[in-house]
Write a protein that binds this ligand. Structure first.
Ligand SMILES: O=P(O)(O)OC[C@H]1O[C@H](OP(=O)(O)OP(=O)(O)O)[C@H](O)[C@@H]1O
Ligand SMILES: NC(=O)CC[C@H](N)C(=O)O
Ligand SMILES: [Mg+2]
Length: 504
């Protein structure tokens, strides 16, 4: 997953872009970048690392201009080298900058077409560079010296015709404006908001509404699937549906894990969705295990807290924070490589023994993916003196790869792949394991049928991919290319940067 942001302001936007990236950091910890536009000139700073490390005062001072685009990266294609940090830039036509969240499923085919037919050069293995070049080509064939909003809408329509997969993107053209588009299934989230200033209105487009909140922008709307939202330099907003058959099917895993709880995605509060997941899980426990002997419910910080608290309330069981999280360690799931993920769980979480000693504990997590966290946490609970250690997951077992922007490329690395729930329980070493049912998860996110979203991408749970183009051969090739071993080998090769002048 990645976080993206774009702003058209009435004053310098560097600080607001930086602030937005800080609150979107949970979506990507590998690299960060900002491009601003000052008159006809673009200023770039991007590198590997967290936003707070990538942007020093000297960089911020150079990021001048009243519009700009920012990105925090969690790689799902190519390598994690700084050459693939975003935003990407392409010189022709007009100079385009782009930041992308998601993953294209027909990247290989597009790459071939770009090189052989569109005569374009690609310098990295990133699918985002492909997306940018498709956009550039579709704009180029409009053949206009002075572009207007119709040219942009036609170019994005071309992107939708050619690209498959998940893509929420923000782009910028010097002297023109910032525009954003969401794929025809709306798989990845994207919102925009408005802020009034004495000089006039300013707009921000971002992956999550929390970025708008913290910079004082009022949420206007989600970008609809297939829609383009364009803000010209003079502050005019234009929107247009650019896809032939848009069908909103957002990724349900955003609600389970990715998004911040204080965000609202497609009109659904992530916090409330997680609370309802806790309620549903409690109902399942009451139904299937009426005589349970749970003494205490303990969440695995951070993401599971909301669901765990509700679960405890519904069961009428004591809730305790038995694990303390080191606030200086980031999210472990989105770290690159299994070795660092494993080490980080232990550095990140430590048990308070007295909450465990001689008790039957129910540990609650939002999801079990590779099992890295749960396996270690169950052992830690035993070491802390727990009598029995039960485990509940607010999501169903993750059994299938994700192809739309979450780096779960290899089925063989998923602990529940090809295993029954009992086998997973044995593998994790828990005395009892309870998974949420998929219908209950959907119901929880859908506000019990009250939401306008009537379909989600639930592929990691049921193997049904909403774009309809994901074949077993594609999944096999993805697994071969991006399993942990292959990624390690790729990381060892250094890549060259061909880009705008990058401040250092
Ligand atoms: O089964 P696994 O492969 O371990 O993945 C699942 C775990 O990873 C995530 O936590 P993470 O530490 O990334 O972030 P959090 O602090 O937001 O919970 C998620 O919340 C689970 O705890
Ligand atoms: N997680 C994402 O959204 C990744 C975006 C893009 N596919 C990349 O690897 O940089
Ligand atoms: Mg977690």
């Amino acid at each position: 997953m990645c976080g993206i942001v774009g702003i058209v302001g009435q004053a310098p936007v560097n600080q607001s872009l930086y602030d937005a990236l800080l609150v979107l950091q949970h979506r990507g910890q590998d690299a960060a970048g900002i491009v601003t536009c000052e008159g006809g000139k673009l200023h770039l700073r991007k590198d590997n690392g967290l936003a707070r490390d990538v942007f020093q005062t000297k960089h911020m001072l150079r990021l001048r201009g009243n519009m700009g685009v920012g990105h925090v990266r969690y790689p799902t294609a190519g390598a994690s080298s700084s050459a693939e940090a975003q935003p990407f830039y392409v010189n022709s036509p007009h100079g385009i900058v782009l930041a992308h969240n998601g993953n294209l499923t027909n990247a290989e085919e597009l790459k071939r077409d770009l090189i052989v037919e569109d005569l374009r050069h690609l310098n990295t293995e990133s699918d985002s560079e492909i997306l940018l070049n498709i956009l550039a080509h579709e704009l180029q064939i409009q053949g206009r010296l002075r572009i207007d909003e119709q040219d942009i809408f036609r170019a994005v329509a071309g992107v939708h015709r050619r690209c498959r997969g998940g893509y929420a993107a923000v782009a910028m053209i010097p002297g023109f404006g910032v525009f954003a588009f969401r794929d025809p299934h709306g798989i990845r989230p994207l919102v925009y908001g408005r802020r009034e200033t004495p000089e006039g209105a300013e707009y921000m487009i971002a992956s999550e509404s929390v970025a708008l909140d913290t910079s004082g922008f009022d949420l206007v709307s989600d970008v609809a699937p297939g829609e383009t939202v364009l803000i010209t330099l003079d502050g005019q907003l234009h929107t247009r549906q650019c896809a032939a058959n848009p069908v909103l099917s957002p990724c349900i895993f955003e609600f389970v894990y990715f998004a911040r709880p204080d965000s609202i995605i497609d009109n659904i509060s992530v916090h409330k969705a997680r609370s309802r997941m806790g309620k549903k899980l409690a109902a399942k426990i009451k139904r299937e295990w009426p005589n349970h002997d749970i003494d205490v419910v303990i969440p695995i910080p951070d993401t599971s807290r909301t669901a765990a608290l509700q679960l405890a309330n519904q069961l009428g069981v004591h809730y305790a924070e038995g694990f303390i999280k080191n606030r200086y360690i980031g999210r472990t799931f989105i770290m690159p490589g299994q070795k660092v993920r494993k080490r980080s769980v232990r550095q990140k979480l430590n048990a308070i023994d007295l909450e465990f000693r001689r008790k039957n504990v129910l540990l609650v997590d939002d999801s079990i993916v590779r099992g890295t966290t749960s396996q270690q946490i169950i052992q830690m609970a035993r070491d802390a003196g727990a009598n029995r250690v039960y485990f509940a997951s607010a999501a169903p077992p993750v059994r299938f790869p994700n192809v739309y922007g979450i780096d779960m490329p290899a089925a063989s690395e998923l602990i529940a792949h090809g295993r029954t729930e009992d086998e997973v329980a044995r593998e994790l070493g828990t005395d009892r394991l309870i998974f949420q049912d998929l219908e209950d998860l959907i119901d929880a996110v859908q506000k019990k049928g009250k939401s306008h979203v009537d379909r989600f991408d639930t592929s990691v749970f049921d193997g049904q991919y909403v774009t309809g183009d994901v074949t077993p051969e594609y999944l096999q090739a993805l697994e071969d290319r991006r399993n942990d071993g292959a990624k390690e080998q790729r990381a060892a090769r250094s890549e060259s940067i061909l880009d705008l002048h990058n401040s250092n």
